[in-house]
Write a protein that binds this ligand. Structure first.
Ligand SMILES: Cc1ncc(COP(=O)(O)O)c(C=O)c1O
Length: 366
């Protein structure tokens, strides 16, 4: 966030900026969503809605599971949330207590850790490296006495995925050993190799977290959803009603049309794939070649230990001298992140090309 603020200051001053730090699409919501939003503003009262979200949206999300996953999900098991971030808060509050032990891959998305800490849970670090594609395994969590496990596939910051067999193994292991699995599937739809699967295809005792933010290009609309295990449905309803009453009504009516926007979203993924190809090739050409396999999402996580031992300072210099914004690994891994950078290729292809040229000049001048 500090990098993003510094990048914004640069842009305001009219200095060149190649932003590879932002973890969000650079495109608006799909056209059908924009049209539905206009229509909702003109025709709906937009008061509070039912706490778990309007019934048509829950039915539409259920249809998404039928069409894209061949999975039968009852709309009553779906709770619409204020982005997946709101979903994490509800899921963690419902599933865990103060002192609960929850396993997280390191590196990983920092909000998991921060929300769990705020709730008094104990985060159990699962150091994950290239040997397991930066993902936890069933063997890794055995005997740790966990109450919960959060996995993300594709993951942030690495983009790596659990293949369907690995995810199924984790889901089964968690169900068999009383570990509540929280499967973050927010980057589904944005993949380049391999196959994504839903943890509910194997077992429904955990949560699935998803969102309209990434594939559907709707970060600021603050709308996502949870698949909720049956034993926690009532708890979720009580928590949701008290904490937020309901997710934002305008975003709910607009999101109803997101499932008419697959073609537009898939075109974004084609651009991400081209950006990814250019970035991976360009970085390798510059000698930055220890890269996490970017199976999905829009990130490349790069080991830059041959260039620096302080990736935060390196990021600051890179922005200051070359106008390239990237995220320091320390944001995602407080132990080893000082050796890593995360590059996002969610922006335009021109941004990626410009960033590579500026990075090359920066490295040559060091
Ligand atoms: C892995 C992961 N999960 C969840 C989120 C939160 O997204 P949102 O609250 O917009 O759905 C992000 C945002 O970058 C993310 O990278």
């Amino acid at each position: 966030m500090r990098v993003l603020a510094a990048a914004a200051r640069r842009a305001e001053q009219g200095q060149p900026l190649f932003n590879l730090a932002a973890g969000q699409p650079s495109t608006p919501a799909p056209a059908p969503v924009l049209a539905a939003a206009h229509q909702a503003l003109d025709s709906q009262i937009l008061g509070y809605t039912e706490t778990p979200g309007i019934a048509p949206l829950r039915r539409a999300i259920s249809g998404h599971y039928r069409d894209r996953y061949a999975l039968d999900v009852d709309p009553d098991d779906i709770v619409v949330t204020t982005g997946s971030s709101g979903g994490f808060l509800l899921a963690f509050l419902a599933a865990f207590d103060v002192g609960s032990r929850v396993g997280l891959a390191r590196p990983g998305y920092p909000a998991y850790r921060n929300i769990l800490h705020a709730l008094g849970c104990e985060v159990v670090d699962l150091p994950c490296g290239p040997e397991t594609r930066y993902q936890p395994t069933a063997a890794m969590i055995d005997g740790l006495g966990l109450d919960g496990l959060v996995v993300a596939s594709p993951a942030n910051p690495t983009g790596t995925m659990l293949d369907p067999v690995e995810l199924a193994q984790l889901a089964t292991h968690c169900a068999d050993t009383g570990v509540r699995l929280v499967s973050d599937e927010i980057y589904h739809g944005i993949t380049y190799s391999g196959q994504t699967s839903c943890s509910w295809a194997t077992n429904r005792s955990g949560f699935v977290v998803n969102s309209f933010s990434k594939y559907f290009s709707m970060t600021g609309w603050r709308i996502g959803w949870l698949l909720v295990p049956h034993d926690l449905t009532d708890v979720l309803d009580a928590l949701g009603g008290n904490l937020a009453i309901c997710p934002p009504a305008p975003a709910q009516y607009a999101a109803l049309a997101a499932f008419d926007g697959y073609d537009e979203c898939d075109r974004h993924v084609v651009r991400y794939a081209e950006n990814r190809r250019l970035l991976l090739n360009g970085l390798r050409r510059l000698g930055i070649d220890r890269l996490a396999p970017a199976d999905g999402a829009f990130y490349v996580y790069a080991d830059i230990s041959h260039l620096t031992d302080d990736s935060a300072a390196f990021c600051a210099q890179l922005l200051d001298r070359a106008g390239v914004a990237a995220a320091p690994g320390i944001d995602f891994d407080q132990v080893d992140g000082h050796r890593f950078l995360r590059f996002s290729f969610a922006g335009s292809t021109a941004t990626v090309i410009g960033a590579l040229a500026a990075l090359e000049e920066f490295l040559n001048e060091r």
